[in-house]
Write a new protein. Structure first.
Length: 101
């Protein structure tokens, strides 16, 4: 797992995908710090890494990245950990368009 603080080449995401799931990279994004953790087997692993680095739970959202897909299809917002009634997110998807953006 690693924390990404600035853009990385698509080739790097493809390498991370191949080392793990083959076609997908799990990621947890910290909206406040504008960083993300990638390369974990579970979103919970990446979340724990970011929390250890001082991230706040309410700022963390989970995504899956498919770097071999067309660019507009790269990101999937589906994760059990995204279910957060206290933040008005009642499904596995990130419902708020501003958060997704």
């Amino acid at each position: 797992m690693k924390i990404i603080a600035s853009p990385i080449p698509a080739a790097e995401l493809k390498r991370i995908a191949k080392e793990g799931f083959g076609d997908m990279v799990k990621a947890v994004v910290d909206l406040d710090k504008k960083i993300m953790a990638v390369g974990g087997e579970l979103h919970a692993d990446e979340e724990a890494l970011l929390l250890d680095k001082g991230s706040k739970q309410n700022s963390l959202w989970r995504i899956n990245i498919y770097p071999d897909q067309p660019r507009d299809s790269w990101i999937e917002y589906d994760s059990m950990i995204n279910i957060r009634p206290s933040q008005n997110n009642r499904s596995r998807n990130i419902e708020n368009a501003l958060i997704r953006e």
